[in-house]
Design a protein around this ligand. Sequence first.
Ligand code: GLN
Ligand code: ZN
Length: 767
Amino acid sequence: MNPNLTTHVGGYPRIGRKRELKQALEAFWAGRLDAASLDETARSLRLRHWQEQKDAGLDFVAVNDFSYYDNMLDLACVFGVVPERFGKADEPVTLDRYFRLARGRARKDGRPDVAPLELTKWFDTNYHYLVPELAAGQEFRFAWDKPVRELKEAIEAGHCAKVVLIGPVTFLALSKTPEGDPLEFTEKLLPAYRALLEALAAAGAEWVEIAEPILSTRKDAKVLAALQRVWSEQDGLASVKGLKFLLSVAFGPIGSALETVAALPVDGLQVDATRGQGDLPWLLKNWPVDRVLSLGVIDGRSIWRTNPETWRAVVATFREQRPQENLWLGSSCPLLHVPHDLGEETTIDPQLRSWLAFAKEKLAELVIVAAGEAPVDALAAARAAIASRKQHPGVHNTALRNTVAALDEKSARRGKPVTERVALQRERLGLPLFPTTSIGSFPQTAEIRALRARYRKGIDNEAAYQAGLDAALREVIRNQEKLGLDVLVHGEFERTDMVEFFGEKLEGVAVTANGWVQSYGSRCVKPPVIWGDITRPQPMTVEVSKRAQSLTEKPMKGMLTGPITILQWSWVRDDLSRSAVATQIALAVRAEVVDLEAAGIRVIQVDEPGLREGFPLDDADRAAYLEWAVRAFKIATSGVRDETQIHTHMCYAEFTDVAGAIAALDADVITLEASRSKMKALGAVLEGGILSEVGPGVWDIHSPRVPAVEEVSDLLRRALAVIPAERLWVNPDCGLKTRGWEETKASLKNLVAAAHVLREEHAAVAV
Ligand code: GLN
Ligand code: ZN
């Protein structure tokens, strides 16, 4: 009989099944919870999560996957990489200091602002890490024993621990330096990294997983040289006595770096067997049988149930080739990127539920694949669920598939060229020079959130809820009219989230009750699940837009989320290409756009903040992605007449490498985040050859700070250096839902005043 294979994961969700860590962190930041209580919450979460791994039957529990905010930040603190603005480098890492690095400090009691570390996307996940800042002569030392303490905690609780550390190459490659390549610090970091490992060894560590996900995206000479240096025989990591090292690579294949990796003195290698399937034949043939090979067979990037039989067959070929104790199984990446427990989903359709696996269910799947003796019942249950998914009528809508197949070039094209369209629109809308508008949402006050919650819980009936929304709507319109804005919005009070709102209304999409995934710090997202073919059974926003327009003479913008963003911020089915799914969403949005126009809405905004995020990890795949993404947007927006004005909006991104695609969207007006870059973002977008009108943000809405009139008009003048006055709009960087009313009114007032200043300046010039 075959033995069960050794199982482990590279990390488990840490926010808590009910987001307990989020609540504790936010209470601590607000001064409602003391440090000891925060620590206690964190400790109990770690213990519970280790216990879940053990109870599922895993051989190791992952240690040091926990973080109060982010593991890259943790490692920066471990090595004393703390920029000067946060105090002297040799000061201890207190919670206060740690959170200042993560969140900055607002101007209070005369103390200066301290900007936090920069936040950036972690590979192609929805998780964001804090970018360590290496100073010119950066020193590294083993300064914070957080990983060691957590190891001791796990050992004390009786667990077989595997410590997980971000590897030195990934840590440096993802850090930033004022100049030069951060990998040049490899030599200097090494002694500190070894000191950490020695402390772990002294505390009883045996296996340490050194995670080098950077190898999934970079296999260039610099990265490989750094890797070789880190593992050099004399004084590399492997020279630390008493530890066994599992090098791991998540998020993609190792590919051309396989030979280099195989030559490193590591005790084992863990690979992403899902995205890196192409590596498997090489590994089967070449990975030494006296070293551990760990296959990451359970997909940590998807919420779909695994077919364990497929993987058992793959694993069987490896079982034949090597001693069983040197064949391990894991997840393709840490389970941080999927929700915690499907057991929390009591309201979701039971059939759909049977198709899914969250982190806890993935542990069980792992054990099923690793089982020596075929677990007959479990395999049968998986088989039945997978079959029921294939046969479900909702996954294949023939009429829709035919419509998609019949789309032609005309289905993705407006009538006249953009310059002619905007001329028609200006006349029809009667807009002044430098038209003012906002991006869509207005403050989601406690009152608004309570209103939605009462409705959701069934305390308020439909009529009471609608009355509450209508009151908010009337007020937001009155406020915008008083402020003198030119194009108004309805405020989005009916929406918790710009994607979930549409997910609830579209056929083929389901929303979860508790499917939270950490995005950054205490922030989590709850992406809808796209499980079937997507259709729009009925209009989604027409009523509210129509009602809003009836309350004002000014143009009211219809407000939709675009197909690329809905796709990007959802879990996407794995049985249809992303481009095909995007096209289906595009048709649903198109129907909505057309209905809005028919209802008398003259300006329709289709938000696409997710465009840049959808970039595939491999540069070679970018062009194809942009092509279908742009087409989806154009399908969504080209069903209207030339005089109907299509806006789009983008934020949170570098626009440089999507500038051409932004131009290709062929929108009439594009608003974008630009204030923090002092209009550089506008320059980048214009590089793409965009001919439409543009509203570069002139108010950074990420903080409650009210920009002065002078500041706004200054930014506008900078914009005018690169764009003609006739094409410039005046608006904030993004939606205002996280802001309070007070700063919103004050800021918009200044924004409108600045537009007036510019109009006067311009009129004077024109005379
Ligand atoms: N219309 C949305 C809002 O104002 C846009 C949000 C976004 O760009 N992320 O909230
Ligand atoms: Zn935005």
